[in-house]
Design a protein around this ligand. Structure first.
Ligand SMILES: NC(=O)c1ccc[n+]([C@@H]2O[C@H](COP(=O)([O-])OP(=O)(O)OC[C@H]3O[C@@H](n4cnc5c(N)ncnc54)[C@H](OP(=O)(O)O)[C@@H]3O)[C@@H](O)[C@H]2O)c1
Length: 214
């Protein structure tokens, strides 16, 4: 699959590397320096390159949007037309200080994004795990049980691709329903961040849902 990374920081840099190592063709874009993108592409040790957001979007089967909420407009202004594209967003609608959601309860960042891009197919995923756990989960992918990863969206084919990328990253995808369920998954991400960063137990945290059937 051809995957464009829009935002090559903690999440985009690591997930792009994982996607490349899983055999996908990855273009890293949107960092403050071109050298950072080139280094990521080199270190990914797969089929990866550095490019502009327009390069990342061109011919992409999926785009990972991984920027701070305040950078969304800026990066989207550089991609060109995203009609029909699958946008996998891990971006949370956080305030500048990263202390609170600026959209919640009656909407979600994912829904606001989908309204900005009515012709794109938005799936919310990867926002409920800290970046620090991503390589560990990927490296443990052959050792079940896998951790869960919730995702949601309104377009079934787009969700099937998202589920495949979640699987390729070492997680067990959990279909949580339509995009408006991001109203629940985005605050859940803040619970995970609380457990990862505020308990002293370390940020390498993932979660797993189990159903007990009697
Ligand atoms: N980090 C996590 O564990 C985590 C977990 C779940 C969800 N999220 C969400 O995922 C999204 C990405 O988070 P992150 O931690 O990956 O953020 P990050 O490390 O700050 O990465 C953001 C990317 O945007 C780039 N960028 C910022 N300002 C720019 C500018 N003016 N011009 C060009 N590029 C610019 C950064 O460039 P540089 O690389 O040069 O800094 C970086 O590559 C956020 O919405 C966050 O809420 C994060």
């Amino acid at each position: 699959m051809r995957i464009g990374i829009l935002g090559s920081g903690l999440m985009g840099g690591k997930l792009g590397t994982i996607f490349a190592r899983a055999g996908h063709d990855v273009t890293f874009s949107y960092a403050r320096t071109r050298q950072k993108l080139t280094r990521l592409a080199h270190q990914a040790q797969g089929n990866a390159r550095a490019g502009t957001p327009a390069d990342a979007a061109r011919d992409a089967d999926a785009l990972l949007l991984a920027v701070h909420w305040s950078r969304i407009e800026d990066v989207l202004a550089q991609t060109g037309d995203l009609s029909g594209k699958l946008i996998l967003t891990c971006s949370l609608p956080m305030n500048e200080a990263n202390t609170a959601l600026v959209i919640a309860h009656t909407s979600s960042g994912a829904e606001v994004l989908a309204r900005k891009l009515p012709k794109a197919r938005v799936v919310s995923a990867f926002n409920t795990v800290p970046s620090e756990v991503l390589f560990g989960v990927f490296e443990s992918r052959a050792n079940p049980p896998r951790p869960s990863l919730v995702y949601c969206g309104d377009d079934a084919p787009a969700k099937a691709i998202a589920a495949q990328l979640i699987r390729d990253s070492g997680f067990d995808p959990v279909d949580s329903g339509p995009l408006h369920i991001a109203r629940y998954t985005e605050p859940f991400a803040l619970l995970i961040a609380q457990l990862a960063y505020e308990t002293g137990a370390g940020p390498e945290l993932a979660y797993r849902f189990e159903r007990f059937v009697s």
